[in-house]
Design a protein around this ligand. Structure first.
Ligand code: GTP
Ligand code: MN
Ligand code: MN
Length: 583
């Protein structure tokens, strides 16, 4: 017996306790089968939780409209509840665990009355992967169950693994009454527990994703010696058939899904280059016996932003969405097809709230409207996404929206320098987003909203991977978003970004010498492939130029930012900043 019997006993006891607290009308254990999914869809079509779409153009696809006050992640209501406030760090909202439990349990009292309580065992990552981890989400939302089925490996195999391992993350969710005053998303990393109430929106309610796979997992990863990151994973196959895997962290809405599904431009396609998608949002990496970092995508689907996804920007995503997809808060055309700004065809008849479309009401699709779809439907889906060992990472890339100063690409001198480059990562806001133009928001490793512990400890954890025997990936920084004096993007981006990845791979393989600069290594003259590139050579030079005066100022800002984390900030990182500053 031992841990085997006790693991499901612990799960059963927790499910009983939750049922006593929330008082559902019935309890359903989810097995993840096709028949179960079909039943859920029937139930939701009957209740109006799902609306049918055009079965001819979008087979087995549905629209969900969330409450208009419940359309995004709520960072100000998201808490990390460690016993010591310092362990959550200035990068998180904190509440003492006892207070948090008391506060949220009071809201869960009777919260599921008259509803069905679903118990969802799930696995983040390939079911037989040692890097994967399991969880169980309890929810009263059938929409959450349907989305979890697409986004995770859910059901019987996950339950069997939980029984074997005896360890799982406990996630409790109820839609509650959707009153923003009674909405909280709380994380208890020491208890491997999450409690979320008052929201049905993806990031707050699909607890496997940001709550488990980033906030709880980052905490676990620190303890166990691995990394849980807000990164895409993409495989680049050169004409010789060799594959390199690249992991990249960009803040939300800075192009992870786009880069993960990159379609090579003509020259590269004809030369035989191929791009394979392993993941578009989250990456778990662990050192292998060979000293390299091996990575899995813990997710099984994409929960992507719909607006801006069009035939010009991301044709692979559009193809992925052709069938068996759930759309949330998009508009609908007269013939029942989903529609959003930037789709590039058709026109909206009904907006995201179900009203007849009227431009006076704002965009037809909510700017944060989403699609949920299985990763396997992506034309560039990499079969090795299912490999238990994961894929070996050759390069890590950081990046953000930097209209000025930051070159198209540079490589860190070594791991510690790379950690500094990631810690200093930022994105400049636009007038459209905040009203304040050119304000730089630091978002270290794109993890500001998702790191489940003190950023200073997180940087120290990153630094700790540099030890004897380690064969770490090279670290790069990219910037697709430099603008000229007229405010136009200087770099064409999208498919053309493969030119930059090509240079990175040449560096990894020792084929490009690069040019040393005080901030790192940039492509030497002629190393970046510009054959058939539709921009002037002078613009390419500008994009690769390192402006020393500007960087002196930037490094001062980075110093002030690192200081906000106080005495826990590793000396090694401060010394690294000083070294670059002096260079
Ligand atoms: P989350 O899924 O929210 O974590 O964000 P993400 O990083 O996946 O963002 P996504 O790929 O959805 O970002 C899309 C936005 O970035 C759109 O506005 C795109 O037009 C823009 N974008 C993506 N790649 C490029 C590029 O190479 N150049 C330019 N100029 N814009 C790009
Ligand atoms: Mn994305
Ligand atoms: Mn994301």
């Amino acid at each position: 017996m031992g841990s085997q019997g006790s693991s499901l006993e612990a799960l059963n006891r927790w499910v009983d306790d939750v049922a006593r607290l929330t008082e559902p009308a019935s309890v359903v254990w989810c097995d993840g089968s096709d028949a179960e999914y079909a039943r859920l869809v029937e139930t939701m079509l009957a209740s109006g939780d799902l609306l049918p779409l055009n079965e001819k153009t979008n087979p087995r696809s549905y629209l969900h409209r969330s409450h208009p006050s419940d359309v995004a992640r709520v960072e100000h209501l998201t808490f990390v509840c460690t016993p010591e406030q310092d362990d959550a760090g200035p990068n998180n909202h904190w509440m003492a665990p006892a207070e948090a439990h008391a506060k949220i349990d009071a809201l869960f009292e009777g919260a599921m009355r008259g509803r069905t309580m679903y118990v969802i065992p799930y696995c983040m990552g390939p079911i037989d992967s040692p890097i994967a981890r399991c969880g169980v989400e309890i929810t009263d939302s059938p929409y959450v169950v349907a989305n979890m089925r697409i986004m995770t490996r859910m059901g019987a195999p996950a339950l069997a693994r939980i029984e074997r391992e005896g360890r799982f993350v406990k996630g409790l969710h109820s839609t509650g009454d959707l009153d923003p005053e009674r909405r909280f998303i709380m994380h208890f990393p020491d208890e491997l527990a999450i409690k979320s109430i008052g929201s049905g929106y993806g990031g707050n309610a699909l607890l496997g994703k940001k709550c488990h796979a980033l906030r709880i997992a980052s905490h676990q990863a620190r303890r166990e010696g691995w990394l849980a990151e807000h990164m895409l994973i993409v495989g680049i196959e050169n004409p010789k058939g060799e594959k390199h895997y690249i992991a990249a962290a960009f803040p939300s809405a800075c192009g992870k899904t786009n880069l993960a599904m990159l379609i090579p431009t003509e020259g590269y396609r004809e030369a035989g280059w191929k791009v394979w998608t392993v993941g578009d949002d989250i990456c778990w990496m662990t050192p292998g016996e060979d000293g390299r970092l091996w990575a899995i995508n813990p997710e099984a689907g994409y929960f992507g932003v719909a607006p801006g996804t069009g035939a010009n920007t991301n044709p692979a995503a559009l193809e992925t969405l052709g069938h068996d997809a759930i759309f949330t808060n998009t508009a609908v055309t007269a013939d029942g097809r989903p529609w959003w700004e930037g789709l590039g065809e058709g026109e909206p008849k009904t907006d995201w709230q179900g009203r007849p479309f009227d431009a006076a009401n704002g965009p037809a699709a909510h700017p944060n409207s989403r699609f949920t779809v299985s990763a396997r439907q992506c034309p560039s889906w990499a079969p090795e996404s299912e490999d238990a060992a994961g894929v070996p990472i050759s390069a890590i890339v950081f990046g953000g929206r930097r209209p000025s100063l930051v070159p198209l690409v540079f490589e860190a001198k070594d791991w510690a320098h790379g950690v500094l480059v990631g810690a200093a990562m930022g994105s400049e806001t636009t007038a459209a987003a905040t009203g304040a133009v050119g304000v730089l928001r630091r978002d270290s490793m794109a993890m500001k909203p998702f790191c489940g512990y003190n950023f200073a400890d997180y940087f120290a954890h990153w630094l700790s991977f540099d030890k004897p025997g380690a064969k770490l990936p090279r670290i790069f920084h990219v910037n697709w978003f430099r603008k000229d004096a007229d405010g136009r993007f200087m770099w064409p981006g999208y498919g053309e970004n493969l030119r930059v990845l090509d240079w990175m791979i040449q560096r990894v393989e020792g084929l490009a010498k690069g040019e040393d600069t005080p901030i790192g290594i940039v492509p030497a003259a002629g190393e970046l492939n510009t054959d058939g590139l539709a921009i002037a050579p002078a613009t390419v030079d500008d994009l690769l130029h390192v402006d020393i005066d500007g960087w002196v100022e930037e490094l001062n800002h980075i110093g002030l930012y690192l200081d906000t984390y106080g005495p826990r900030m590793p000396e090694r990182l401060k010394a690294e900043r000083q070294r670059v500053s002096d260079a």
